[in-house]
Write a protein that binds this ligand. Structure first.
Ligand SMILES: C[S@@+](CC[C@H](N)C(=O)[O-])C[C@H]1O[C@@H](n2cnc3c(N)ncnc32)[C@H](O)[C@@H]1O
Length: 342
């Protein structure tokens, strides 16, 4: 084992009661006995040239999508990863951010941190470029991050925040926004539900911990991100995640949970929350260009990404030579703060 990877956590996080305690106990077990079926993702597992991943990290992939996008990771950013799991995504982030202290991973479950350290030690034996001081694994809690204000470029969490009840989710989102630099991005993957789930399910602490019953609707989740201080939201993927069937979950109708991948950017927008879902505006009239007089300029026949707010505005205006396309749920913008216009 590589020296140092396995040092003990510095500070113990106080044990909370109720569902947060159930969650920690649940992930203690998942650290001690890896459970391949725990979360599942239909998104492809990334492979990057020159990155070798220990198989235990794949077996401990407890995420429900991916949060690692090369477009976010140019220029050796400082990355904070909340809820480390077996370390798969931490390792992928470290691949892009190769500098001392470049990636910070926090988790309140000592056994999970321990497993992550062990897995990183194995990864270090397989990847010459991986230096121990690139990653700092710390005891910590999403609800109270011991990280300086405005100090990280990218914050990430995968399949954790859906477990939090709404008041705690608000805290976790506010904490994440606080530690990001202006213009920084919060990349996340979480399940959402098409309809509010019944109290019987949302109140089941174990189902919550399993990422099956804590989900909010897409609309509510996006709204809370906006309230926390994120001005631009990019929806990167929306895919089937899990089916909750009528019989086993006591539902009137089956519920298909979806896994959402988002980049929430700490921007102040001129016109409120801007959500990009892959909608475009296309002008196909007589002129070469179209200008709506409010900052949107379109070249004839060329689709331009627009926010949902702008799409609604243009639809209401009802211009005959404009087509507004439906959401693809796949925002295809680059590393800029939202593309299109506000
Ligand atoms: C569903 S797993 C996801 C792990 C990892 N993100 C992945 O994709 O494999 C949730 C992770 O969050 C950690 N966790 C639980 N409660 C937490 C909290 N309050 N703050 C931060 N992490 C927490 C668990 O120990 C576990 O590592």
């Amino acid at each position: 084992m590589t020296a140092g990877w396995n040092r003990p956590s510095e500070a113990a996080v106080p044990t909370a009661m109720s569902y947060l305690k159930t969650t920690r106990d649940f992930y203690k077990d998942a650290a001690l006995s890896p459970d391949e079926g725990l979360c599942c993702t239909t998104s492809p597992s990334w492979s990057f040239p020159g990155l070798k991943v220990p198989s235990i990290m794949n077996r401990m992939n407890y995420g429900c999508g991916t949060t690692v996008h090369p477009a976010d990771l140019a220029g050796n950013p400082t990355v904070l990863y909340v809820g480390v799991g077996g370390g798969l995504e931490l390792l992928q982030f470290t691949y892009f951010s190769r500098k001392p202290g470049g990636v910070i991973g926090v988790d309140p479950v000592p056994e999970m941190l321990e497993a992550c350290r062990r897995n990183f030690a194995e990864a270090a034996g397989m990847n010459d470029w991986l230096q121990e001081d690139f990653v700092s694994l710390r005891s910590g809690d999403a609800l109270n991050l011991e990280i300086e204000d405005s100090s990280v470029d990218v914050a990430a969490q995968n399949c954790l925040f859906n477990i939090f009840k709404e008041d705690d989710l608000k805290k976790a989102l506010a904490e994440t926004c606080r530690v990001l630099k202006p213009g920084g991005r919060f990349v996340l993957s979480d399940p959402v539900t098409p309809v509010p789930l019944p109290d019987r399910l949302t109140g089941d602490d174990r189902l919550r911990a399993m990422c099956l019953s804590g989900s909010l609707t897409y609309q509510r989740y996006v709204e809370l991100m906006g309230e926390a201080g994120f001005g631009t939201i990019q929806i990167r993927a929306r895919r089937p995640y899990r089916m909750l069937d009528r019989k086993r979950y006591g539902l009137e109708e089956p519920v298909l949970l979806e896994s959402l991948e988002v980049a929430a950017i700490k921007t102040k927008s001129c016109c409120g929350l801007e959500v990009f879902t892959g909608r475009t505006a296309i002008y196909h009239g007589e002129e070469e260009y179209f200008d709506d007089g409010a900052g949107l300029s379109l070249t004839r026949d060329m689709p331009v990404m627009i926010s949902d707010r702008r799409a609604e505005q243009l639809r209401t205006a009802g211009h005959p030579d404009l087509t507004i396309t439906e959401p693809t749920w796949h925002f295809a913008g680059g590393s800029g703060g939202g593309s299109g216009c506000c």
